[in-house]
Design a protein around this ligand. Sequence first.
Ligand SMILES: Cc1cc2nc3c(=O)[nH]c(=O)nc-3n(C[C@H](O)[C@H](O)[C@H](O)COP(=O)(O)O)c2cc1C
Length: 160
Amino acid sequence: MKTLIVYFSLEGNTQWAVEQVAAHLHADTLKLVPEKPYPSSGFPKYFWGGKSAVFGDAPELEPYSRNIAQYERIILATPIWAGTFAPPLRTYLNHVQVSSKRLALLACSGGGSAEKAFTQLKALAGASGDVPTCHLVSPKDKPSEANEAALTAFYKALES
Ligand SMILES: Cc1cc2nc3c(=O)[nH]c(=O)nc-3n(C[C@H](O)[C@H](O)[C@H](O)COP(=O)(O)O)c2cc1C
């Protein structure tokens, strides 16, 4: 099934996970890049990123080229920010209609739950039916058996 993985990653964990999944599925990837970069260190990183997530921002993105019409399945991948998904995913879903696609979701957190993000992303994407999900805890920075098991379960769910 032709698959596109659409993702945002500030510090590389989501990107790392996306690279694993893309290699496994032979999928294409699309990295969302905000026109105005989020701060990537210290207090400003948490303050501005957290504020942007809490306020439901939809930051302007740099132009992207992938045409969704060419794909049957879309996987949305995001870090968890302030308990929810990162704002660049909102901008993308505001512009692109994915409700007719098979959807799957991947999130990387620092240890907190991804359930709220999954629920909100499903609603924003207009998803119906079963949506495979995968939650990893900082897989680039903290490799673990739990992350490996979650990825394996995700691959299995994507096969069905
Ligand atoms: C602005 C901001 C808010 C965050 N909020 C949470 C959170 O609510 N819960 C959590 O478990 N981790 C939180 N984190 C940690 C990230 O979800 C975690 O480090 C993730 O692996 C980062 O993905 P990335 O490397 O692709 O950016 C936050 C990180 C940032 C920068």
